[in-house]
Ligand binder design. Structure first.
Ligand code: SF4
Length: 379
């Protein structure tokens, strides 16, 4: 529905791009360049709330992000790849708008509007509505694009720049409901679209029984489109996940209150309570902290919040890695063969806190490892 229209447009003579559409796309790309290529923002302490696009596959990442610890360097590869992803999103929306305009159907794109404003979703979700026990929680997020779908409903669309491997998986998964990709992305790409569907419904905008992912192959330019239909069981699992994460964040902030003693702990327990605290002048309170308090909190998280299941594999002795003393020895590696998703860890903001001492080594196939003096299975 989306990819086909874009391909049809690109195969044809094309059409003049209106000034506003061009400005919108350039504005999106410009914002991304400023964020990813400009002044580094990782010197600040920032609390990141769970959002639809968060790493639902890894509760540890979400808890660490919620604490506003001194962040580690935003990896240079992340800066490159995230900017490329934003470019694909901006161009994808532009192309779909151009494609629809050739048949006078551009009104089917509901958001972003002509000025490029994305739809902001914001709702408090009560787990009881999904038969799940837990405290209501608030979720906010921006959606790349919403369209008037075939059913007449407003439906969310998320654009992704993807590698060939993921593109191939998306192509296969589009017609195979039992493809492994669905399981793998249940807490990733698919979760993000499901959250948008949930929030559109919670805001009373739409029944949102369908959403879409459009993957742009970063190497070949080929497009893959996956329709995601409402699935009550999958939604229930997501709500359960959110309740679990909320409890972990609550516990982490309780610990933070003890360690920091700065009165920032909000017993209400909603993640928005932690990030929205303002001082008497209305400025958002910056979470303070020192290297020592950061380390104490990180250790608490390491002890109390498990890593993502995809990151569980470890320990590949190689016996040829240069050790800190210059000798050759063993190393521990994240085992990408056991689960290729494990490489996701290398894009995480908290790699050093989660895997102290590990680094990415760009061999023919990059490995992620830490040299150790003797073979061990303990990271
Ligand atoms: S490094 Fe991996 S396991 Fe650790 S917090 Fe980040 S995503 Fe989770």
């Amino acid at each position: 529905m989306i990819a086909d229209r874009v391909i049809e447009y690109l195969k044809g003579p094309g059409s003049k791009i209106p000034e506003t559409a061009l400005e919108t796309a350039l504005h999106r790309i410009g914002d991304s360049l400023i964020t990813n290529m400009g002044e580094r923002q990782d010197s600040t302490r920032r609390i990141k709330r769970p959002r639809p696009s968060a790493s639902w596959a890894c509760g540890r990442e979400m808890v660490l992000s919620s604490l506003g610890l001194g962040t580690e360097g935003y990896g240079w590869r992340s800066r490159m790849t995230f900017a490329a992803g934003d470019y694909n999103e901006a161009v994808g929306i532009l192309l779909f708008r151009q494609a629809l305009a050739t048949t006078g159907e551009d009104h089917l794109i509901l958001t972003p509007n002509a000025a490029g404003d994305q739809l902001e979703l914001d709702a408090t979700l009560d787990p009881a509505a999904w038969g799940v026990e837990g405290t209501p929680f608030r979720l906010t997020g921006h959606v790349d694009m919403t369209i008037r779908g075939l059913s007449g409903d407003e439906e969310p669309v998320d654009w992704k720049g993807v590698a060939t491997y993921t593109w191939e998986q998306m192509m296969q998964a589009a017609t195979k409901p039992d493809h492994e990709w669905w399981k793998k992305e249940a807490s990733g790409y698919v979760a993000q679209v499901r959250w948008y569907q949930i929030l559109l419904r919670a805001q009373g905008r739409s029944d949102a029984r369908r959403g879409y992912l459009v993957g742009v192959n970063k190497n070949t330019g080929l497009l893959a489109e996956v329709a995601i239909d409402q699935d009550p069981d999958a939604e229930r699992l997501l709500i359960q996940r959110a309740v679990w994460v909320r409890e972990k964040i609550h516990a982490a902030w309780k610990k933070r209150g003890e360690v920091m003693g700065d009165g920032l702990f909000a017993p209400g327990g909603n993640w928005h309570d932690y990030a929205d605290q303002v001082d008497e002048d209305g400025a958002i309170v910056k979470p303070g902290g020192t290297r020592e308090t950061d380390e104490e909190l990180s250790e608490w998280v390491r002890q109390n919040v498990p890593r993502a299941s995809f990151a569980a594999s470890i320990a590949v002795p190689r016996q040829n890695v240069k050790l800190p003393d210059g000798e050759k020895g063993d190393c521990l590696e994240l085992d990408m063969k056991a689960d290729p998703q494990a490489f996701r860890c290398s894009y995480c903001d908290h790699t050093a806190r989660c895997w102290p001492g590990f680094e990415v080594v760009p061999l023919t196939k990059p490995v992620w490892r830490k040299a150790v003096a003797a073979t061990s299975t303990t990271p």
